[in-house]
Design a protein around this ligand. Structure first.
Ligand code: DX5
Ligand code: ZN
Length: 228
């Protein structure tokens, strides 16, 4: 089955597995899938581009085996070119690399497309925005960090809102994803500014009473209302 970002609803809700219980990953995935998740966000960190370490292709491959949801792989790594083939082979649908470490984003996007995946480009709040603008015609999604990449559970940075509007202004059909500190209130703000894929880790997996359905519905409602 071919999954594409273009098939996602607006807004689309992307639970970030970083906040899930990794000891029960298949159960967590089944639960967010049943709760209405539109895609899964997987955070790859190398201890170099960001100080934290997380998962690699072996985990993506195991996740692929237990779900049909679109796998949205966020590469917070210094050398994405070295690893994109392994992540594509593991079953990723979308590979997002960071603009900060891609001097030729178009070449990276082309390579990702050759591997049969869609391509996203991401940027931290203080990153090289011009690179995003130049890359836009060649990518399928822009991922604007609404925190500094590296850890879950951080506070949404409202100063990114004008950047969301700016990026929205030069996109055509590409998706605009936000990531970091997304709860219903910040989802509404981000969606009003133009975001249409909402990543939420803590906001879903640490929901009160463990009610993932309610958490995802609240994000969808907040994100939808704002973009009406
Ligand atoms: C952090 C990651 C995020 C993280 C978001 O660098 O890119 O995807 O899981 O976590 P929350 O939703 O808890 O801010
Ligand atoms: Zn992420």
């Amino acid at each position: 089955m071919k999954r594409s970002l273009s098939q996602l609803p607006r807004p689309a809700i992307a639970p970030s597995l970083l906040a899930s219980d990794f000891a029960h990953l298949a159960d967590e995935i089944a639960r967010v899938e049943a709760a209405g998740a539109d895609l899964l966000h997987l955070d790859v960190m190398d201890g170099h581009f960001v100080p934290n370490l997380t998962i690699g292709p072996v985990v993506v491959e195991k996740v692929r085996a237990v779900t049909d949801l679109l796998l949205d792989v966020h590469l917070m790594i210094s050398e994405p070119a070295r690893y994109i083939q392994a992540f594509a082979a593991a079953g990723a649908d979308n590979l997002t690399f960071h603009a900060e470490v891609a001097s030729d984003p178009r070449a990276m996007a082309d390579r990702i497309h050759e591997l049969g995946c869609e391509a996203g480009i991401s940027i931290n709040p203080d990153g090289p925005m011009e690179r995003i603008r130049q890359a836009a015609p060649h990518i399928d999604m822009v991922l604007l960090m609404t925190i500094f990449a590296g850890f879950g559970g951080q506070k949404f940075m409202p100063e990114v809102l004008p950047l969301i509007r700016t990026v929205k202004g030069f996109l055509t059909t590409q998706r605009l994803e936000v990531d970091g500190g997304i709860y219903p209130d910040t989802a509404a703000q981000a969606a009003a500014a133009g975001a249409d894929v909402l990543v939420s880790g803590t906001g879903v997996f640490c929901a009160p009473d463990g009610d993932y359905t309610r958490a995802i519905a609240a994000l969808r409602r907040a994100g939808g209302k704002a973009s009406d």
